[in-house]
Design a protein around this ligand. Structure first.
Ligand code: PLP
Length: 398
């Protein structure tokens, strides 16, 4: 006979046997650890002889389900067995992957126009640890091959395509082919496109990372990231690095990403259609010097984008005539678009890099990467496109 529990114990322990029918939506497993039915079961799970969870830093059912879903999307229609691992942010996806795959003495070969945070991470955290960064123009494939031939310490080619904010593209098939020839690992940041618009693995890229904070979530309400790669390397190296560095995602953020994923196809189609209409509108405006959008035949990398992408996405930038003041005046007159330093949300987000995200960057370096004084970046949302064009037009006319 069991002694009746006292008040304080009843507060602490949940009633047993309350399991119900299967929930329709993914539950949030807000638990740091998992109970074992017996010590024998605990031993079997710890030894990997029985499937089960132990501790949420090592793995959690909510997070794993979302990771598996994104890995399936990233390899959709491809004959590739990949695994996904969700982590705490896009930055954490990059740092976990580097910690897992590189060691002091290894070098990363990449482009100068990466997301600024990524360049800073490589330069300020990894370079002092002995992982050197080589910045080059990844569009110049012959130059890349020369570097690979000359330097056997290059271990990773890291790219973003299209890149921020000029939407310049790199040839993933050519770079991945070279990497295979010289025995390097390739990594693509596919945040701008999502697997709906581009699958880097289709072109031979080994690992794909995302800031799921952006389009995969789509609603601007969580910070998280994912690494997708070959099953073997993911389990033996990347999972271990995540577990030890503690860069795991949390179940609530993963759950929010899953909600966003349900409408990914619909959103990306609308983002792309709206961005195309806006790019075409901007190209006709007298106040606009130039428009950067991969979908425009006038874009320098349009043909490459056409080959690699299934649509051109929601990101574009344009150069206003009149320099810095014209950019600031334009931003001050905007009414519908949101002035916020992120991208990929359902609402249209607008940024003036010269006065906002790149205000502390050396002007010469900024200009070298196409971030001119009058450049405006738009993350085109899914609103009615006529309202967006009206807002841009009134800000320009003003
Ligand atoms: N990659 C790209 C292309 C980004 O734009 C960002 C953030 O803006 C990141 C990675 C970093 O993502 P997070 O902010 O989720 O760490």
């Amino acid at each position: 006979m069991k002694a009746p529990l006292h008040f304080g114990s009843l507060c602490v322990h949940d009633p047993k046997g309350k399991e119900t029918t299967k929930p329709h939506q993914l539950p949030i497993y807000a638990t740091s650890s998992f109970e074992f039915e017996s010590i024998d079961q605990g031993i079997r799970i710890f030894e990997g002889k029985e499937k089960g969870h132990v501790y949420s830093r090592y793995g959690n059912p909510t997070i794993e389900l979302v990771a598996e879903k994104i890995a399936r999307l990233e390899t959709y229609g491809l004959d590739i067995e990949a695994e996904g691992l969700m982590v705490s942010s896009g930055m954490s996806a990059i740092s976990t992957l580097v910690l897992a795959l590189l060691k002091p003495g290894d070098k990363i070969l990449t482009q100068g126009n990466l997301y600024g945070g990524t360049t800073e991470l490589f330069l300020k955290l990894f370079q002092p640890l002995g992982i050197e960064l080589i910045l080059t123009d990844l569009q110049q494939v012959e130059g890349v091959e020369k570097l690979l031939k000359e330097d056997a310490n290059i271990r990773m080619i890291y790219f973003e395509t299209p890149a921020n904010p000029t939407l310049a593209c790199v040839d993933m098939e050519a770079l991945s082919g070279l990497a295979k020839k010289y025995g390097q690992i390739t990594v693509a940041d596919n945040t701008f496109c999502t697997p709906y618009l581009q699958q880097p693995m289709k072109f031979g890229t080994d690992f794909v990372i995302h800031s799921t904070t952006k389009y995969l979530n789509g609603h601007g309400n969580s910070i998280a990231g994912i690494i997708i790669g070959p099953k073997e390397g993911m389990q033996s190296k990347v999972w271990k690095a995540m577990k030890l560095a503690g860069t795991n995602c949390n179940p609530f953020d993963a759950w929010l990403v899953n909600n966003g994923l349900k409408t990914l196809e619909l959103r990306m189609d609308r983002h792309s259609a709206n961005a195309m209409a806006i790019a075409e509108f901007l190209e006709k405006q007298a106040a606009v010097e130039s428009v950067n959008y991969c979908g425009l035949p006038s874009h320098a990398d349009h043909q490459l984008a056409k080959k690699q992408m299934n649509g051109y996405g929601g990101m574009l930038s344009f150069e206003l005539k009149g320099g810095l003041q014209s950019g600031i005046d334009f931003m001050n007159r905007i009414q519908l678009c949101t002035l916020a330093p992120t991208l990929g949300d359902v609402d249209t987000l607008i940024l003036h890099p010269a006065s906002m995200s790149h205000v502390n960057i050396d002007k010469e370096l900024r200009l070298k990467n196409g971030i001119t004084d009058g450049l405006i970046r738009l993350s085109v949302g899914i609103e009615n496109v006529e309202d967006l064009i009206f807002d841009l037009q009134q800000a320009m006319e003003g």
